[in-house]
Design a protein around this ligand. Sequence first.
Ligand code: 5GP
Length: 113
Amino acid sequence: MSTIFKKIIDKEIPAKVVYEDDVCLAFRDVNPQAPTHVLVIPKKEMRSLNEVSTQDKELLGHMLLKCGEIARSLGVAESGYRVVINTNNDGGQTVFHLHFHLLAGRPMTWPPG
Ligand code: 5GP
């Protein structure tokens, strides 16, 4: 079942895109939890980290590399950032299309809430 993120990929609803290529898309979170809050998503529909397989290794590695590049391009790499993947209920996942949260612009606390 498709999600709101599929509509963003298909440009059916707008998003503030910060990066796009053939396999992934990065855009600003509509409800930011930090001064910089970007979502990095695969264009391939995958519900969560539970659904990935070894065939997705290259895609996942690519997305992580892009997180670092996006952090650099947004000027937050040196100050620091956090990359989070919420998975299912206890992980706090609300949109069931795999996504990496890239959060920056303030000190993060640990443990996470
Ligand atoms: P999750 O809770 O699943 O880890 O993260 C989903 C994220 O998607 C939330 O941070 C939420 O603010 C964001 N989000 C939900 N709907 C939209 C939308 O339509 N546009 C954008 N840009 N972000 C969205």
